[in-house]
Design a protein around this ligand. Structure first.
Ligand code: FAD
Length: 456
């Protein structure tokens, strides 16, 4: 018997339930990845993620070859390609991981139809992309948790499924043809500091970080310049790491750092279960509707200044430049630049979310859109009126100004935390800096936001 394994956001061999099930059911499997033009049409194949994906596919192929197999790549509408492959090799079943986005729902629906017509069974596996399947725990009277803390409590008490090692051998039918794999080198427009993708790179990073960073994670995770978080997000986004395995290995390590890290992993699951229940919240307001946002046309210049890191607020500018340079941004920085755009400039969160998706190597419909909504006060934040002040945040989380010095060279000569308020420097010193005046008075921004949200 032959089975197809459709890889999606789970580009790994370790702890991969669909591959394991296929290998149990069939003598030969077709490990398949489909480059779907729908992703391109949606503008979602941004260069940073395309380059990282190329690494992940190359590494998956290498891992399969070590086990006697190989990766099969096709381009085209995903349901059609899977149907074709199944017909070509006479496969009786297809295995894949469950997804939560609208795209994933539609893909599954089309696949089901296509395969049904051909008499092929589709098996969709839960808890591959998340640690706990969305919907596995629900509060009384609702299909999902709308607040993180009670979700975290329930999630923490659940027993996670067992993990499994990578298979030893994978036999692929010889006659199945593959297109050449994409190469990272052919992708232009990537960020210079982009990390290498792939399961091996991800596993190495986790092992190194578990040894050197996990212990201090609780104390140091908000330190912008210290940069002490795991940086595992792109590996989780592409599924080269198993979230179940990460939770279990962190728990086995133990201690306050591991607890705090597991809690962050739970945020991923939390957002997945929200989006699974409300797929529309990737584009429309989840809880609090706000239709007074300033639009692209109304705030064009301010939006560009924000995107380019020249708002005149040093910590905001540092963060936006980090994003462009690395395709990644520290979580504390994401929070404060998103608050600045949505609450201080009062610009529609979708505009900020789009810019993030254009650059983030971990850019993810679930985590990006729902975190943006959390910050914008339209999502799951239980204190939707809180506004982060970039000067206060800068002084607190970049107390020595090191993060600003790293990313905003124009301010390198301004020592310590004075760098967060260049407008307070003596006039001759200020005049020597090639750095813009603040784009907006924070008090004006706050007043406009509070007025719009009916707080004044
Ligand atoms: P660590 O602190 O080491 O955390 C470990 C893992 O936990 C992360 O890799 C991530 O998978 C998960 N995690 C941590 N915080 C969150 C969170 N708030 N929500 C969901 N998962 C979390 N994360 C993405 O993966 N993709 C995105 O597109 C994305 N967009 C964001 C947009 C905004 C406005 C904000 C405020 C946050 C966003 N995040 C996103 C969440 C978070 O900022 C990143 O996951 C984190 O900074 C990645 O760095 P790390 O791997 O070093 O995190």
């Amino acid at each position: 018997a032959i089975a197809v394994v459709l890889f999606t956001a789970d580009l790994r061999l370790h702890d991969h339930a669909p591959l394991r099930a296929a290998l149990r059911a069939a003598d030969e499997v077709v490990p398949l990845f489909v480059l779907d033009p729908g992703i391109h049409a949606a503008g979602f194949d941004a260069p940073n993620r395309r380059a990282f994906l190329a690494d992940c596919l190359a590494d998956l192929d290498a891992g399969l070859r070590e086990r006697g197999g190989r990766l099969v790549l096709r381009s085209g509408p995903v349901a059609r390609e899977v149907g074709r492959i199944a017909a070509e090799c006479g496969a009786g079943e297809v295995h894949m991981a469950a997804g939560v986005t609208r795209y994933a729902h539609r893909r599954e629906e089309l696949l089901r139809k296509e395969l049904q017509e051909r008499g092929v069974d589709l098996h969709v596996h839960d808890a591959v992309i998340t640690a706990l399947a969305p919907g596995a725990v629900t509060p009384a009277g609702s299909d999902h948790y709308a607040v993180f803390t009670p979700y975290f409590r329930r999630w923490s008490a659940e027993r996670l499924r067992d993990t499994h090692p990578a298979p030893r051998t994978v036999r692929v039918p010889a006659e199945v043809r593959s297109e050449p794999l994409p190469s990272r080198d052919t992708v232009s427009g990537t960020s210079p500091g982009l990390p290498a993708g792939g399961e091996r790179a991800g596993r190495r990073r986790f092992s190194d970080w578990k040894r050197s960073g996990l212990g201090a994670y609780e104390e140091r995770h908000d330190d912008l310049a210290g940069d002490k978080t795991s940086r595992l997000s792109p590996y989780l986004h592409f599924g080269v790491l198993s979230p179940v395995e990460l939770v279990q290995r962190a728990r086995a390590h133990g201690g306050p750092g591991a607890d705090a890290f597991v809690r962050q992993l739970c945020w991923r699951d939390f957002h997945h279960q929200v989006l699974a229940a409300r797929p529309g919240s990737s584009v429309s307001d989840y809880r609090t509707r706000d239709d007074r946002w300033r639009t692209q046309d109304e705030a064009a210049e301010e939006i560009t200044a924000w995107q380019e890191g020249r708002t005149g607020y040093p910590v905001v500018d540092a963060a936006m430049r980090q994003l462009r340079h690395e395709g990644w941004m520290h979580n504390r920085a994401r929070l404060l630049v998103a608050s600045f755009l949505t609450k201080t400039l009062y610009v529609d969160w979708r505009i900020g979310a789009r810019h993030f998706l254009d650059l983030l190597v971990d850019g993810d419909i679930v985590n990006n859109q729902l975190n943006w909504q959390w910050v914008a006060g339209t999502g799951t934040d239980t204190r939707p009126h809180r506004v982060l002040n970039p000067v206060v945040q800068g002084k607190r989380f970049d107390a020595q100004g090191t993060y600003v010095h790293r990313w905003v060279p124009e301010l390198r000569d301004v020592p310590g935390k004075a760098v967060h308020e260049p407008w307070r420097l003596p006039a001759p010193e200020r005049a020597r800096l090639d750095y813009p005046e603040p784009l907006i008075d924070l008090a004006d921004g706050l007043a406009r936001f509070q007025h719009a949200r009916g707080r004044r």
